[in-house]
Ligand binder design. Structure first.
Ligand SMILES: Cc1cc2nc3c(=O)[nH]c(=O)nc-3n(C[C@H](O)[C@H](O)[C@H](O)COP(=O)(O)OP(=O)(O)OC[C@H]3O[C@@H](n4cnc5c(N)ncnc54)[C@H](O)[C@@H]3O)c2cc1C
Length: 197
């Protein structure tokens, strides 16, 4: 659960010693390998002048459980590899959905309206399946709020881009929370690379 949204973000894998690898790549460009480890803000200085490609050598893989609203936005980030739970091959028998706290906070009538809508969607889904319709077609009645799971692999440059765009106040609250959690995690594993964010 992240600040009212019942979503999850877990780091599954990361390039070993990512900052060491990045510094090695950057220093190779200028033949300054002998200075490796002598300048704590070396990577930040490269990023400042737009010499960003060396941070692409490191990458991280995350597991995310969230709504399909969120993943629809997340997969717009193209420099990535994604594997998402299929609604074609997996039956969504249980009504699992993300309930935005913005609706819960508005009180009983908004919440009832939302829950009713979920019940209607899943009722129709089950009825279509019972009539022999395949899950890939029956899913047309499922809502955007439907819970999903996705595994995402991004290089550090793309993670920097996702953090910049998706932690902004203009971003959707759910993705803002997920991007905020990604930011917290990557700042722990590579503090130099993400120091300015
Ligand atoms: C607040 C907000 C509101 C949004 N609203 C909408 C909306 O209403 N409708 C909508 O369709 N989308 C919307 N988007 C999505 C947005 O347009 C981008 O598709 C999304 O944020 C992915 O980011 P990106 O373009 O930086 O691409 P990424 O795929 O993350 O790529 C990273 C970077 O690589 C470079 N790059 C990648 N692909 C190319 C390419 N083909 N050509 C040139 N350079 C490339 C760019 O420099 C890019 O910034 C919104 C995004 C935000 C944050």
């Amino acid at each position: 659960m992240i600040e009212g949204y019942d979503v999850e973000v877990k780091l599954l894998a990361v390039t070993p010693e990512p900052e060491n690898l990045i510094e090695r790549a950057g220093r190779l460009c200028w033949d300054t390998q002998d200075k490796t480890g002598t300048q704590p803000d070396r990577i930040q200085k490269w990023l400042e002048i737009g010499h960003e490609s060396m941070v692409e050598h490191a990458c991280a893989t995350f597991y995310i459980r969230a709504s399909r609203v969120l993943t629809h936005e997340l997969v717009r980030h193209r420099l990535a590899s994604y594997s998402q739970r299929s609604q074609r091959y997996v039956r969504e028998d249980e009504p699992r959905y993300i309930e935005p706290p913005e609706i819960i906070e508005k009180g009983d009538s908004g919440r009832r309206c939302f829950k009713n809508a979920m019940e209607v969607c899943w009722g129709a889904y089950q009825q279509l399946l019972a009539e022999g319709i395949k899950p890939e077609i029956a899913r047309y009645v499922l809502p955007n709020a439907c819970e999903t799971q996705i595994i995402c692999t991004w290089n550090f440059r793309e993670i920097r881009q996702i953090i910049k765009l998706r932690t902004s106040k203009r971003a959707l609250p759910e993705i803002r929370l997920v991007a905020g959690e990604i930011k917290r995690i990557v700042k722990e594993i590579a503090p130099q690379v993400f120091a300015d964010l």
